[in-house]
Design a protein around this ligand. Structure first.
Ligand SMILES: Cc1cc2nc3c(=O)[nH]c(=O)nc-3n(C[C@H](O)[C@H](O)[C@H](O)COP(=O)(O)O)c2cc1C
Length: 235
C-alpha cells in the first residue's frame, strides 16, 4: 500500500475539473474498499446534496470537533486516501468550504469533505516544478535525507499556507505547526484548517520515511507548537 501512495506524492494535484463520465457513489465505495488501512468514520454522498460546486460525489468525514487531535487525524487519514484515490484514477479536491446538512453521523460531527470525480490522467503532475511550494530550506532545518525533504515539501494544505516546520537532529525529527504563509484564513478558521494540514504533513512524512526504508517510532504532543517527534531507528 505504501508503494502505491508514495508513487502519487510527485503526481497528485487538487482536481477541480473532472471527466464527463460520472463517478457514482457505488463505484467510489468499491474503489475505497480496496484501501488497506483505517479511514475512520465517513460517508460518500451525491455532490448535489452538498454546497460543493464541483465533482460528482463528496466524501464527508466525521469526528469529534471538540478534540483538536481529531482534526490532525482527519488530515492524516484523508491524505492517505487522497493519494490512493488518485492512484486509482479518481481525482480529489479537499473542499474546506463545502457544507452539508448531514452535520452528524454515527454520533460524530462533520469535519471536512473531499470532492471526487474521474480524473484525466494527462493532468497528473509530471514534475516538481508544477508545485507551488515554499523552498525546502525554509521548512526543514538540520541534516537529513534530501529525498525525504523534497517529498514532504510537496504536501498540500488549505489555501497552500504550508503551516509546518521540521527540525531534525541525529535520529530525532521534530514537526512543528507554524502560522504558515499569509492567506484569507484567520482566527479559529485558520486554526481549524492548519490542524488538518499538519495531519496531512505527517501522512506525507511517514509515507516518505517508509518508502525510503526508515523504521521509526512516533510520539504525538498536540495540535499546536510541537506536534510530533519521530525517532529514526536506522539513521
Ligand atoms: C484542508 C484543505 C482544505 C481545502 N479547501 C479547499 C476549498 O475549499 N476549495 C478549493 O478549491 N481548494 C481547497 N483546498 C485545496 C488547496 O487549495 C490546495 O491543496 C493547495 O492550493 C495546493 O495545491 P495542490 O493540492 O494542487 O498541490 C484545500 C486543501 C486542504 C488541504
Amino acid at each position: 500500500m505504501n508503494e502505491i501512495l508514495y508513487s502519487m506524492i510527485h503526481k497528485r494535484r487538487s482536481f477541480r475539473k473532472f471527466l464527463d463520465e460520472k463517478l457514482t457513489v457505488e463505484k467510489c465505495m468499491e474503489v475505497i474498499s480496496g484501501f488497506d488501512g483505517d479511514l475512520g468514520t465517513f460517508k460518500v454522498v451525491e455532490r448535489s446534496s452538498t454546497s460543493c460546486p464541483i465533482g460528482d460525489v463528496c466524501l464527508l468525514y466525521y469526528g469529534d470537533k471538540s478534540n483538536p487531535m481529531d482534526l490532525v487525524d482527519a488530515g492524516y487519514k484523508l491524505e492517505n486516501l487522497d493519494l490512493y484515490l488518485q492512484a486509482n484514477a479518481i481525482g480529489v479536491c479537499w473542499y474546506g468550504f463545502g457544507r452539508t446538512k448531514e452535520r452528524s453521523y454515527e454520533g460524530k460531527d462533520f469535519i471536512i469533505m473531499l470532492t471526487l470525480g474521474y480524473l484525466d490522467k494527462t493532468k497528473l503532475r509530471k514534475s516538481d516544478d508544477e508545485f507551488t511550494r515554499n523552498p525546502a530550506s525554509s521548512i526543514w532545518e538540520g541534516e537529513f535525507n534530501q529525498t525525504v525533504i523534497n517529498d514532504v515539501r510537496l504536501t498540500p494544505s488549505a489555501c497552500n499556507s504550508q503551516p509546518w516546520k521540521v527540525i531534525s537532529e541525529g535520529n530525532a525529527i521534530r514537526v512543528y505547526r507554524t502560522d504558515g504563509n499569509k492567506s484569507i484564513m484567520v482566527g479559529r478558521f485558520k486554526e481549524y484548517f492548519n490542524s488538518i494540514d499538519i495531519g496531512i504533513f505527517l501522512a506525507f512524512l511517514e509515507i516518505s520515511l517508509n518508502a525510503n526504508n526508515y523504521t521509526f517510532s512516533k510520539e504525538m504532543y498536540g495540535n499546536c507548537g510541537l506536534i510530533a517527534k519521530y525517532f529514526i531507528k536506522n539513521v
